[in-house]
Design a protein around this ligand. Structure first.
Ligand SMILES: Cc1cc2nc3c(=O)[nH]c(=O)nc-3n(C[C@H](O)[C@H](O)[C@H](O)COP(=O)(O)O)c2cc1C
Length: 210
């Protein structure tokens, strides 16, 4: 209680992007991670993790990832999504933290991080971009919006989920069994987390779901 009686105040407007990035990635935690496959112009499967990730609408189901720039150019994932208008978002479990982390290394657009890491792929149902077979979840997405934000011009890419592809044991009574999903979250830098203790409260009464 009363944790903010005495405060450390940091004027946000004066902060260089790098410092506010450090604050934001330290404070907005833990973040879920979208492990995203896209197709390069030459047809190789690009793979990279994105923890600026959430859903923005339940109907149609829409997911958003924010992709930054490397110097003056956008990362391969953003370039590929804008060209093909599709991508596949996977949710990795804790057994996949090492390859997920490694897949963030920078390679030229024609190098497949999936192939380099020995991760098998399989055809998708509704998009030309293959999915990974190792993660417990793959969501095939069609690009619906691209919005640029701020001086760093990060791109928020919003995709409509065309199909949810789940490992069969994940669904219990129509709900995802979170313990069985065993998702990983990102903290700052090379640090990740698994689910900790689950704290259950009384259900909230509401008339509509949002
Ligand atoms: C766990 C994790 C989460 C990341 N999240 C993001 C993110 O949300 N946005 C971003 O631009 N880069 C993020 N990165 C960095 C990209 O994954 C990295 O720049 C990658 O090389 C991009 O690959 P690409 O050029 O093939 O798209 C993250 C890296 C890690 C390890």
């Amino acid at each position: 209680m009363d944790a903010l009686v005495h405060t450390t105040d940091i004027a946000a407007g004066d902060l260089p992007a790098e410092q506010s990035y450090r604050l934001l990635t330290g404070l907005v935690v833990p973040r879920p991670i979208a492990w995203v496959t896209t197709l390069s112009a030459g047809g190789t499967v690009n793979l990279a993790p994105f923890s600026h990730f959430t859903f923005v609408s339940p109907k149609p189901p829409m997911l958003a990832i924010s992709v930054g720039r490397k110097g003056d150019t956008y990362k391969d994932t953003a370039t590929n999504i804008l060209r093909t208008e599709e991508f596949v978002v996977h949710i990795a479990d804790s057994t996949l933290v090492a390859p997920l982390h490694e897949s963030a290394n920078e390679y030229p657009p024609d190098v497949s991080e999936a192939a380099l890491l020995g991760l098998a792929t399989a055809p998708s149902l509704h998009v030309g971009t293959p999915r990974l077979t190792a993660p417990p979840v793959a969501m095939e997405c069609r690009l619906r919006h691209c919005i640029e934000f701020g001086e760093t011009r990060s791109r928020l890419l919003v995709g409509e989920v065309l199909v949810f592809r789940l490992r069969p044991d994940l669904l219990q009574d129509g709900k995802v069994d979170t313990l069985s999903l065993d998702p990983i979250g990102r903290i700052a830098g090379p640090n990740y987390t698994r689910l900790g203790e689950i704290i259950t409260q009384r259900p909230i009464h509401q008339t509509s779901k949002s």
